[in-house]
Design a binder for this molecule. Structure first.
Ligand code: ADP
Ligand code: SF4
Length: 688
């Protein structure tokens, strides 16, 4: 198919200083959790972005020196020449597809403890660092500033030798030395690098000039700058100092890459923001510079992209997450296949990979992070040789993805679900407050299955073990999901709590299936959260919206601690406080009687009683594996019934996040047809 002419503007080449981007799709710098430790994986991932049509493909932040060592995170490095080959592999992979490669040089300043290098962190002024490490940064003297400028130049020269076309000076996310010098709250200097805005931006200006002088003959010099920190007057604002900085430096760099700071503001989830959420802050930039401008905002709609270009708001459509969820987004627009775009759902499971220092994963794209290790490609999957049919029981994320990928491999697939809608838990959860966009996990897969002739899909089909035996379909896949426990079993209470066996206790499934009105409360609704991710807080919002008083009890010290990894924790806790939810951290369940709940202090064991109309337990889930067990009992009859294999996937093996269910379904489909399942490759560690 050919592209719709209304999208032509997105495919115009754009000059950036001495280089030219082949189109307006710009994969802005984003972490992958791979970096210098998994360089082959990193290179393959970036190469696939270029293959998918991203005209500019950037690295993640790339440390310029051991004083900017962000261990244990796996970012890129250009500490010395030995780091060049790993990044040369990235630029080669990007250039192979006609795209250009950008490197985001970084000095992390007071953002990092230098845990590996043990160098003393550097900052504009003496200060504590960002993390809880008992470490302080020292104020840089003039010699340090000179040295830092030299390191940046040396790293830029190495980047040029590694083949990069665009070299960044990075003043963003409250994570970089250049940003720290700009920000009055970090910069308390009284010399020419502190005080007035002109002085605070001196180092930024010098580093841009140095970089241009060092590599500007053949490389474009880009800046990444945060235009607002969402801190009000406490931080830099788009209509105050940030505006003045960009105006003052307007024509100095070859490109402005502008966004919000910190990272949790820049990468807001769909629970808290919509597509284009940064426009309000970044739209002024084009009016103060003639240089090309790139901005982000979880853009997945080509019409929105065209609107932004045509109204002169951006020159490039910047994307991190949309390019992770669908590395082939540009190619799909170019080939007139916009319905095939796998839209990012804004869940930030990708950021969680980086935050837990492992290669990234994505709810929508199970191949991300596995491009080199497992040789997975987001669009291409080997056809099965004379495939036998598959019966998949359960059309949640695991079953849908297994069905989709198996049909892509050429297999005949029958997909059955007892429900009257597809999606399983995704459908249930996407009806909860703020999670609507998660329905895209279902929608994309159902759409793909509806386009092919080798998928038969049946709703309202509750299958028993005998039904499955009678169908005589050789490969049976059980994707029947999991159910929330009511008995309190979880991380703290490892065995069921008998006192919860009463009619006033509910589970998330009760609320998702029967609705919030299942709770008829004559007192506060208590939510006990030992799951520690999003579910309990979302239910708290739901229950408050139905007019109930809510108390949030958790053994954790904060609400939803794992959501720190998805950059949401602060927003979640703030929202609950704003909704009037009382939060009781560090509490275990101790007992329940008519209208009363007892909780005990996690430290002292001291018990306290409180009024409780209803209790919602959000602790853990139990796999729905009954069907599989029943089939296993009939194992000796499988051959006669024409059944070759029965396997479980997704939550019915071990309940987890939606991304894990999708990955499980995809893995099953990828491994189908192999007698010996291929082992993932391993990278060599370190530089030898
Ligand atoms: P996962 O996350 O592993 O995909 P889900 O819980 O989202 O799991 O989906 C499981 C799906 O399986 C649900 O849509 C449910 O209706 C369906 N299901 C469970 N048991 C059966 C069964 N016996 N026959 C048909 N469908 C079933
Ligand atoms: Fe988007 Fe979620 Fe994938 Fe990240 S993990 S790219 S937020 S769908």
């Amino acid at each position: 198919m050919t592209r719709d002419p209304r999208y032509d503007v997105l495919f115009e080449p754009v000059k950036i200083g001495p280089v030219t981007a082949p189109n307006r799709f710009y994969q802005v710098p984003h972490c992958t959790g791979m970096g210098y430790r998994y360089p082959k994986s990193e290179a393959r991932l970036r190469g696939i972005k270029a293959e998918g049509g991203w005209g500019v493909v950037s690295t993640q932040e790339t440390e310029i020196h051991p004083t900017s060592d962000i261990t244990p995170a796996n970012e890129a490095r250009l500490w010395d020449d030995r780091d060049i080959p790993a990044l040369r592999a990235v630029t080669d992979a990007v250039h192979e597809h006609g795209s250009i490669a950008a490197v985001q040089l970084v000095h992390n300043g007071l953002h990092t403890a230098n845990r590996y290098s043990r160098a003393i962190p550097l900052a504009p002024s003496n200060t504590v660092i960002d993390s809880d490490d008992p470490v302080q940064a020292r104020a840089m003297d003039k010699a340090d500033i000179k040295a830092f400028r030299r390191w940046h130049v040396e790293a830029a020269l190495r980047a040029k030798r590694a083949g990069f076309d665009i070299v960044y000076a990075y003043a963003g996310h409250d994570m970089t030395l250049l940003h720290h010098f700009l920000l009055a709250r970090h910069n308390h200097r009284s010399d020419e690098y502190g005080g007035s805005l002109e002085n605070r931006m001196r180092l930024f200006r010098e580093v841009i000039e140095d970089t241009k002088e060092a590599v500007g003959d053949t490389c474009a010099v880009a800046v990444r700058m945060a235009v607002d920190e969402l801190l009000g007057k406490e931080g830099m604002q788009y209509d105050a100092e940030a505006h003045d900085v960009i105006e003052a430096l307007a024509e100095l760099p070859d490109l402005w890459d502008v966004n919000l700071s910190g990272w949790s503001n820049d990468s807001q989830t769909s629970r808290f923001s919509n597509e284009g959420f940064q426009e309000h802050y970044t739209s002024f930039v084009k009016s103060v510079t003639t240089k090309p401008v790139v901005g982000v905002g979880r853009y997945t709609s080509p019409d929105t992209m065209v609107r932004l270009i045509n109204k002169g708001q951006l020159d490039f459509i910047g994307a991190a997450r949309p390019s992770i969820a669908d590395p082939f987004l540009p190619k799909k627009i170019e080939n007139g296949r916009i319905e095939d775009i796998r839209e990012c759902i804004g869940c930030n499971i990708c950021t969680a990979g980086d935050n837990t220092c492992v290669p990234m994963r994505c709810t929508q794209n199970p191949t991300i992070g596995e491009e080199w290790r497992r040789d997975w490609h987001p669009e291409i999957i080997t056809k099965l040789d004379k495939p036998k049919p598959y019966l998949i029981v359960g059309g949640g994320p695991a079953g849908l993805e297994a069905a989709r990928a198996l049909t892509q491999r050429g297999a005949e697939v029958v997909l059955a679900d007892k429900a009257d809608v597809w999606g399983g838990r995704v459908t249930a959860e996407s009806n909860l407050p703020g999670l609507n966009a998660w329905g895209r996990v279902r929608d994309w897969r159902v759409w793909q299955l509806q386009q092919v002739a080798n998928a038969q899909m049946y709703l309202n089909s509750h299958l028993s073990a005998q039904d499955i035996m009678d169908y005589a379909i050789p490969n049976v896949v059980i994707a029947t999901g999991a159910k929330w426990r009511k008995n309190g079993q979880g991380r703290v209470h490892r065995t069921p709590l008998p006192f919860l066996n009463n009619d006033h206790v509910f589970t998330p499934d009760d609320l998702m299936i029967k609705g919030v009105n299942v709770i008829s409360s004559n007192g506060p609704v208590i939510i006990y959260d030992d799951d520690r991710f999003y579910m309990a807080s979302v239910l708290a919002e739901l229950v408050v919206s139905a007019g109930h008083e809510v108390v949030f009890v958790t053994p954790a010290p904060i609400v939803a601690p794992w959501s720190e990894n998805t950059l949401e924790q602060t927003r979640i806790q703030t929202r609950l406080i704003e909704l009037g939810v009382e939060i009781m951290p560090m509490k275990h369940l101790a007992g329940m009687s008519e209208g009363r709940l007892s909780v005990s202090c996690a430290y002292s064991g001291q018990v306290q009683e409180m009024a409780c109309g209803s209790l919602i337990t959000v602790t853990s889930r139990t796999p729905e594996d009954k069907l599989c067990a029943e089939l296993t009992v009939l194992r000796s009859d499988w051959a006669d019934a024409g059944i070759k294999s029965v396997k479980r996937i997704g939550d019915c093996i071990a309940p987890g996040i939606i991304a894990a269910a999708v990955q499980s379904g995809h893995l099953y489909a990828q491994e189908a047809g192999f007698d010996a399942v291929p082992e993932p490759k391993r990278e060599d560690y370190g530089r030898i």
